[in-house]
Design a protein around this ligand. Structure first.
Ligand SMILES: [Zn+2]
Length: 107
């Protein structure tokens, strides 16, 4: 198992995303994530395969990794579904971060 596969499992990136590279930058770990098939993805509403549009990668803070800060760097992605129009493909790790924030705030 590679270090990318270990992080893929730990972050639970799901079937559409994969960890493509991990960098250590002085006091931080940067986890680069990309779409497995960057040209096509399923519409989140109906599951139809649709063309993908992606933003430039952006960086968000993730949970600490031992003594290091960690960040996930990934693009936003949208599908253009003929029935539902432009739909954003959710990043699975955002749900984990949101749930952790709610738990820490007792929500
Ligand atoms: Zn659709």
């Amino acid at each position: 198992m590679t270090i990318e596969e270990i992080f893929h499992n730990a972050i639970q990136t799901g079937p559409s995303w994969r960890v493509i590279q991990i960098d250590q930058q002085s006091e931080a770990i940067v986890i680069h994530i990309g779409l497995i098939e960057p040209r096509q993805a399923k519409c989140p509403e109906c599951g139809a395969a649709s063309a993908v549009e992606m933003s430039s990668p952006y960086r968000i803070r993730y949970f600490p990794f031992f003594q290091y800060k960690s960040f996930i760097e990934a693009p936003h992605a949208w599908v253009h579904c003929p029935r539902h129009g432009k739909q954003r493909i959710e990043h699975p790790w955002e749900r984990v971060i949101d749930q952790s924030m709610r738990n820490s705030q007792g929500i």
